[in-house]
Design a protein around this ligand. Structure first.
Ligand code: DGY
Length: 321
């Protein structure tokens, strides 16, 4: 009897761009698009996976050993640069190829990082709120909403990958000095990026702004804890557009209340989407955005396409046994 040849099946958890989804259909895949409005737990993914060989997920889905050990699953494509929601060790053990979307979100994320740096330094959200509440009564030399200078300040970048470097380029253009910390000094930085490698403690002690751009791993979890915050200068600001758990949020809340650092601008949160109540309440020198580093229409569309292209390539390279 001739075996029935089945089209490779792919499960898509949450909505992606239609044009990217259509690409999978054109490539002959059987696409089950759950378009779930909420992230899926690993049990929910397993229940829906059936015999799918590929999974398209997002950073809020949990892709653990339970998912990765499902027979037949060969490729996981995440529509994100970060992969901390995927158990990469389990993927390796079970031979599941993982693809992600680096590069395409570098500039958008660096832009938002800089927007946050400027917003918190120049107190833009506070100024906006002041006007809307009717509290602006004209220019005063001794204004209450004094900000911090950016030109001439030192920016400490923790994690000097693509996004860290893109933030470094912006900082240099704004007249800042740049320090960076990564596991090892990088020998491949472009010459025009005048950034000096420093141990984390030196970077924290010497920077006026500290910006986090490291992936979330066991080593970087709570890299900014009470001890690290105590090393920062009282006039310094902390910016995070990478992953929330890099910061011990309770320690940050305490440091802000005690005035151990001047302020924080955060796009990501330790227990996302929940935000520490002190950070929520505090509007003075605290700026919050909703995990929006890559949130430009073009970047997000490119992410969907890059994930799908990677998935198609990986499936083609690993035909079903
Ligand atoms: C990513 O892709 O990891 C980003 O956090 C999404 O903005």
């Amino acid at each position: 009897m001739t075996p029935v040849s089945r089209r490779p099946a792919v499960l898509v958890t949450q909505p992606i761009h239609r044009s990217a989804s259509a690409k999978m259909v054109s490539a002959g895949l059987e696409v089950t698009d759950l378009a779930s409005p909420v992230p899926l737990t690993s049990d929910e993914i397993v229940q829906r996976l059936g015999e799918a060989q590929a999974l398209v997920c997002q950073l809020t889905d949990r892709v653990d050993e339970h998912v990765l050990s499902q027979p037949g699953l060969r490729v996981v494509a995440t529509v994100s640069a970060g992969m901390d929601h995927i158990d990469l060790e389990a993927a390796r053990v079970h031979g599941v190829h993982v693809v992600n979307t680096p590069d395409v979100l570098t500039e958008a994320t660096a832009d938002l990082t800089f927007a946050l740096l400027m917003a918190v330094a120049r107190r833009i959200t506070e100024s906006d709120a002041l006007i809307r509440s009717g509290g602006f009564h004209g220019w005063k030399l001794l204004d209450e909403l004094m900000g911090a200078d950016i030109a001439g300040a030192t920016l400490g970048i923790v994690g000097m990958g693509r996004i860290g470097q893109a933030v470094g380029r912006r900082a240099a253009a704004f007249g800042m000095s740049v320090l960076y910390h990564s596991r090892r000094p990088r020998t491949d930085l472009p010459a025009q990026l005048e950034a000096r490698h420093a141990p984390l403690s030196e970077l924290l002690k010497s920077s006026d702004f500290v910006s986090l751009h490291a992936p979330l791993t066991e080593d970087t979890h709570h890299i900014i804890d009470a001890r690290a915050l105590a090393m920062m200068q009282p006039h310094a600001y902390l910016i995070n557009t990478s992953r929330g758990p890099l910061i011990d949020e309770a320690a940050l809340a305490e440091a802000l209340v005690a005035g151990r650092i001047a302020g924080a601008a955060l796009d990501v949160f330790e227990h996302e989407p929940r935000v520490h109540p002190v950070l929520l309440e505090r509007t003075e020198r605290v700026v919050l955005t909703a995990h929006a580093g890559s949130a430009t229409a073009r970047t997000r569309e490119r992410m969907s396409h890059l994930a799908v292209d990677g998935l198609l390539r990986a499936l083609a390279a690993q035909p079903a046994a």
